[in-house]
Design a protein around this ligand. Sequence first.
Ligand SMILES: N[C@@H](CCC(=O)N[C@@H](CS)C(=O)NCC(=O)O)C(=O)O
Length: 199
Amino acid sequence: MPTYKLHYFDLRARGELARMVLNTAGQDFEDIRISFEEWPKVKSSFPTGQLPLLEIDDLKLSQSMAIARYLAREYAMPTGQMPVLEFDGQKLSQSMAIARYLARKFGFAGKTNLEQALVDQVVDTVGDLFTEFVKCRFEKDEAKKLTLADMAVYEVLETLQKKEAKCLDKFPKLVANRKSVAQQPRLDNYLKTRPESDI
Ligand SMILES: N[C@@H](CCC(=O)N[C@@H](CS)C(=O)NCC(=O)O)C(=O)O
């Protein structure tokens, strides 16, 4: 298991999704919070001159959403998500990434840019229908189906609620979803004990 170091400001903002995924996964990581006073002194040592940055052993990964997606995928694998395509020692997950990779490789993806878009249009519509079908067919306990989307919505609503406490009064489904995110094992403790910040 690699060593993770997350560098960000002492804010939730663009660092928080990664922190939430790591905490939910029970993954140890160094939560390095850089002060605004210190930042100008260290900025030039960061590859993009911006935060957040995730260190995965010696590898440095920038862009908050690339970091959050990488971590979300990393921790979805051990829970047994399929399919996974292995080729030349490389593992590729995500059914549509696999299907598109194979289609491009074997000439089924469409010849021109527009033809590919038309193919994708049909494939994505079928994908939407299939997603809804899987939800109805397999989802027994909503609380156990946490995804990065739930965490992202939780976080943005946290910021809105700090500004306007009643903003969710007319949205019981969002309130219920936030409640189920806040009850996730490990994440619940992190949310109660994390440092306070406006954003
Ligand atoms: N697209 C980038 C944007 C990163 C970004 O704007 N980071 C801000 C903090 S949220 C930053 O590092 N500001 C300090 C600076 O640019 O010197 C991401 O999502 O990671």
